[in-house]
Design a protein around this ligand. Structure first.
Ligand code: FES
Length: 129
């Protein structure tokens, strides 16, 4: 793994996530008190940008279908929810809606990639493969 500089530590406000593009990867970064977490900024459900979601106390909830991930580990806290009418598409009489509904129901919510973070001086680095 190679350390790659991301930003200056003062750019990160407590519990205010940011997104940085690092080596062509969008990285979600949040500082919680003295600890900084970095995960891929791509939802493990259907790939929405996680920094557009709701962040609270170590948990990022995706804005698109509500899947939630722990920023410390990238693990799934809860899976995506398809709200009505999307949850009813798979039983629709319309074949195109039915296919869309079946596809949406088949998408798993997977963990997101986590990147180890180091701070040297006032510079934030993440370790990338
Ligand atoms: S894309 Fe994030 S929950 Fe569906």
């Amino acid at each position: 793994m190679n350390p790659v500089r991301v930003c200056h530590v003062e750019e990160l406000d407590h519990d205010r996530p940011r997104c940085y593009r690092v080596n062509n990867v969008d990285v979600f970064i949040v500082r919680h008190w003295a600890t900084i977490y970095a995960i891929e900024n791509r939802c493990g459900h259907a790939g929405a940008p996680l920094h557009r979601g709701e962040y609270t106390d170590g948990l990022i909830v995706c804005a698109l279908h509500g899947a939630a991930f722990r920023v410390e580990t990238g693990e799934v806290e809860w899976t995506a929810i398809l709200p009505p009418p999307m949850s009813e598409y798979s039983s629709s009489d319309n074949p195109r809606l039915r296919l869309f509904g079946e596809l949406m129901e088949a998408i798993e919510t997977l963990p997101v990639k986590r990147f180890p973070v180091t701070v040297e001086g006032d510079e934030v680095y993440i370790l990338m493969p």
